[in-house]
Design a protein around this ligand. Sequence first.
Ligand code: O2Y
Ligand code: MN
Length: 586
Amino acid sequence: MATPLENWVEESSRLTKPAKIVWCDGSEAENERLTADMLRDGTFVELNQKTFPNCHLHRSNPNDVARTEQLTFICTQKKEDAGPTNNWMAPVEAKDKLRPLFDGSMKGRTMYVVPYILGPEKSPYSKIGVEITDSAYVAASMRIMSRMGKAALDRLGSSADFVPGLHSLGDLDPNRRFITHFPEEKLIWSIGSGYGGNALLGKKCFALRIASWMARDQGWMAEHMLILGLEDPSGKVTYMAAAFPSACGKTNLAMMVSALESQGYRVWTVGDDIAWMHIAADGTLRAINPEAGFFGVAPGTNAKTNPNVMTAANRNTIYTNVAMTSTGEPWWEGIDGAPADGLISWKGEKWKPGDGPAAHPNARYTVPASQSPTLSKHWEDPAGIPISAIIFGGRRARLAPLVYESHDWQHGVFVGATMASETTAAATGAVGVSRRDPMAMLPFCGYNMADYFGHWLAMGGKMKNPPKIFHVNWFRKGADGKFLWPGYGENVRVLKWMLDRIEGRAAATETPIGSVPTASSLTLDGLNISRDTMKELLSVDTNDWLAEDQAVGEFFKKFGDRLPKAITEEQKALADRLTRSTVAAK
Ligand code: O2Y
Ligand code: MN
């Protein structure tokens, strides 16, 4: 008898009518075949195999260079279940719209059946997905980003417990591009894009949008968070999960070279983008990284911002939309060194100064996590690693201090729910505009965010010793418009303060927004930063925060009655504390 997977593949092939079906086993030999095919048909350009062994360049269609939020839909029976921050379509309407686009979309093409595990192979918290795609580039990328192939099929057996994702390039016309999620039936349909989060369905579509729905139903958390371990001089490692909106340097933070290494503090990487967190039997929160690779932004990456990824991505890496030097090496704006003669742009054209960026601003590397020099030896622990701190952050040029700690879990949930950041290239649309992005999940939550806040609140109540919740802002600027904090490896000083707070060692000043470090509680030795700058970095302007709290109230209105009372109470409590402190200061 056919298995549920075989039935779905059969049904999908009847619809899309491929010339051939290939079941991916994830082997080296298969990868070599896929690579050879892609080099032959131009999907891949070979990079310099001496300096970048087994590295290839893919140039996507110039109209298909980023995930497209405006074409991304949550298709629930009831619109309210998708909530006011998601695009919604009724499931029947979505399928009626997309079915004709899928009809015959793989004619003359190969259909790849890509089974994958999200999470460590042996973890009880891992889940299985199967992506059907007509893109060899997607199949090869999924092999880096997940545990793809035989291991997934073996784990699945004849079970129906997998998330199916049907993907076709279609004709790549943005007018016929849709990324649709059916969380009630745990199904994904995506057509018209071969790029990133639109096409690698294990990433944002499953590991966040579908998984967040599953997590709410099953009592765990699927979060847009990096996971890192901070090792102290005694060798003890404390794990932290951090949520930042897209393009705030998550990968760089997760792979950081610590400025305090000589004092015995170093950072280990567990994951750079997504965390699945469960409450263990002992009441602690434990996290796994569902992914197996990093799909990071190349421009701006260099030996200073992320030396570890520069090392990791010099082999077995797929580059997308970077430029290429005359000697066949990947190149992008912000890499060490000026562009040399003979540079070929991301569009495959000869590039000269004045032509605009040679690499697309959203150009990417897809690199196996196992190649990271900072990879934690516990990154595949089946039980996950224990999380002691949750960090929220965003780009705030003016408002937020370098770091503050929330009063308790409920206040921390409010801090996460009120996150905001200035936009950059990854989310298409205006650049530099501030937008609310609760828990960095706005584009990735598969259900009503009011219910999502409720789920966060409920989870806190189930933990024996919930992680402390912090907020950071690496991006505060002075009156001269320059960043006040050096960032990158120096951020470890802030992580160390958090560790000291967890261990009850560091002092803090109570402010209406939370506990801010005293100047002397941060380890600043070896850092050339003035007292005045530190004062500015740690200051809390009551009037700015009163205006912020009002803007937050406006944002929350869109959730109506569905917003948990505890969140409204936190918003009012903040207003009260701010008003009291204004009065006291007069
Ligand atoms: O533009 C895309 O398709 C990629 S977006 C992305 C990629 C890796 C990790 N995070 C993100 C994001 O937007 O958060
Ligand atoms: Mn992300």
